[in-house]
Every structure is written in C-alpha cells, then in structure tokens.
Design a protein around this ligand. Structure first.
Ligand SMILES: Nc1ncnc2c1ncn2[C@@H]1O[C@H](COP(=O)(O)OP(=O)(O)OP(=O)(O)O)[C@@H](O)[C@H]1O
Length: 236
C-alpha cells in the first residue's frame, strides 16, 4: 500500500478551480515528482496533503489512515514534514539552532543535539553551523530548510522547489541526498522546476496542468509524452 494516497481532491479559490479531482500516491523508498507550469496547482496540492488547506472534495490517506480532517500538527505527528517555496528559516538563529529547534519537535527530542549534529554532518553544513540563517546564500538556506524537515524523522517528506537558487554542484549533491533519503525508506515528494533534477532522481512523475493530472509515469515516459511536451516541457 502506498504511504500517501490522495484521491479526487478538489480545491477552488472563489471561482478559480486550482485542483480538479486530483489523485496521486507516494511510496516509501521512492522519490515522486510533481511538475507542471506556474499556477498548475502544485503548492495547493502540498497544502492539502500537509493540512494547511481543507479540500472541498476528496481524501488524503496517510499510512492507511484518513487524515483529511486533521490539522498540520497532527499530520506531522503521523510522520509528515514539508518545506516551503518561500524560505521559512529562523533568520536570527544559527544553522545548528534551526536544526535543533526542529529536532526538539520530533520523536527523538531527547537526542535533539545528536540529531542536529548528525544532520550538519550528513548535509555537509558543519563548517557553517554557527552562521546566522539570514546570512546564508539561497541555495544553502534551502538545504538547511530540508535538514529542518528531516529533523523530525518524517516518513513522508514534501519538498517545494528545494533546488531553486542552488548551483550545479549543489544540485548534484542534493540529488544524491534525495536518493539516500529514499534508500532509508522515506517517501519523498518533490515539486521542482529543475527538469534535470526531476528526471534524474524521480521514480515516478506526476504532471499537473490547470488543476488536473495530465500524465503519470517514470521519467523516460514523461519526457516523451506528447501532452506533457505541449503543456509544459516544450517551454522549459
Ligand atoms: N491563496 C490563494 N487565493 C486565491 N488563488 C490562489 C491562492 N493560491 C493559489 N491560487 C491560485 O490557484 C492556482 C494554483 O496555484 P498554485 O500556487 O497551487 O500553483 P503552482 O503549480 O504551485 O504554481 P508555481 O509553480 O507558480 O508555484 C493558481 O491559479 C493560483 O493563482
């Protein structure tokens, strides 16, 4: 059974239907991509899955449990963590303290210090552990944000454009991190405009356009799908 199952989700903002009967699933041990043009509904779907927005119709099932009516904090306790397109770090805190604050919210709060140090090491951030978050270049700040989500040891990790602002080398290291998270058994869902990254790391890719899933499949299928090329990839 997939860890995450979203079915027939509909969200309207006034008269604008942002999601129209959307279904998707994410498996443990896999990276699932979610791509599509600006305004396709990707962030809205993340909001629905993470509990920030209640859909007008449809269901979200996490680990076999219907969480559609649960708020974000309860979903976090059921193993969900996410990052945001807009950076949400505590700017005045150091890199280490940003990780520590998150680790103290997670299931291993008694080992929060070790968790934070382990993450600094895994993310190769030890050298800048004491740097204030608001002094970081965007690409590095995004990595800290991912580390903060990892600190709660999520089973399902939703990443909203985590590679925006990273240079080529940073993105390559980030791809290896995503694969290692999947190898640990995490279900990773990735919203990303960097098609090299998406096609290189994802096991399966969902394509959204105007609030509907227009294609699902492994990267090699999506890359050659006529509908996807017309709606999105043709323009990238
Ligand atoms: N809070 C809101 N109020 C009204 N309309 C919204 C709101 N948030 C999103 N929308 C609209 O819903 C649609 C889907 O937006 P969403 O941000 O989910 O798309 P996206 O695929 O994440 O886009 P991007 O790649 O630009 O982040 C768009 O038409 C957007 O204008």
């Amino acid at each position: 059974m997939p860890l995450l199952e979203v079915s027939a989700v509909t969200v309207s903002y006034g008269g604008n239907r942002a999601l129209d009967g959307v279904g998707m699933s994410a498996e443990r041990g896999a990276v699932t991509g979610l791509i599509g043009p600006n305004g396709a509904g990707k962030s809205t779907l993340f909001d629905v899955v993470s509990g920030l927005r209640r859909p007008q119709a449809g269901r979200v099932v996490l680990g076999g449990r219907d969480v559609t009516r649960l708020g974000p904090a309860r979903r976090c306790r059921h193993g969900l963590a996410r990052t945001f397109q807009r950076l949400e770090l505590f700017g005045r805190l150091s890199v280490r303290d940003n990780l520590l604050v998150a680790a103290e919210l997670g299931p291993e709060r008694r080992r929060a210090r070790q968790m934070a140090d382990g993450l600094l090491d895994r993310l190769e951030l030890t050298g800048i552990a004491d740097t204030r978050a608001d002094n970081l270049p965007t690409g590095v700040a995004r990595l800290v944000e991912v580390g903060r989500a990892m600190a709660v040891r999520p089973e399902l990790l939703l990443l909203d454009e985590p590679a925006a602002g990273q240079d080529g080398e940073e993105t390559e290291r980030f791809a290896a991190l995503l694969r290692s998270l999947a190898a640990d058994g995490t279900a990773v869902v990735l919203v990303e405009h960097d098609m090299g990254l998406v096609m290189g790391v994802c096991d399966e890719v969902y394509v959204l356009d105007l609030g509907k899933v227009i294609a699902v499949g492994p990267p090699e299928v999506i890359r050659n799908d006529e509908t996807v090329l017309a709606a999105y990839l043709g323009d990238v």
